[in-house]
Write a protein that binds this ligand. Structure first.
Ligand SMILES: [Zn+2]
Length: 82
């Protein structure tokens, strides 16, 4: 039986969410990633093979030069300067 690591709740719902993978300054955003969300605290759990797949895609894009589905420009700000 699965138990939430954060709140101990045992009820989860299956969802598809946006997942942001970060490595140093590089990011990969993946849409519609399946996960299980804790019904009580909202913590999201991803299966290891799903995370592996995202990690591999990150490498394919940043190392192997694979063209992603699409790209967006992300503005970055320093809080003290806004
Ligand atoms: Zn929880």
């Amino acid at each position: 039986m699965k138990v939430c690591n954060f709140c101990g709740n045992k009820n989860f719902r299956e969802k598809h969410v946006q997942y942001i993978y970060r490595h140093n300054e590089q990011m990969l955003v993946v849409s519609n990633v399946p996960c299980e969300e804790c019904e009580y605290c909202g913590e999201q759990y991803f299966k290891a093979d799903i995370l592996k797949k995202i990690e591999k895609d990150f490498t394919d894009i940043y190392v192997e030069g694979k063209k992603p589905e699409r790209e967006v420009k992300v503005p970055i700000e320093e809080f003290a300067k806004i």
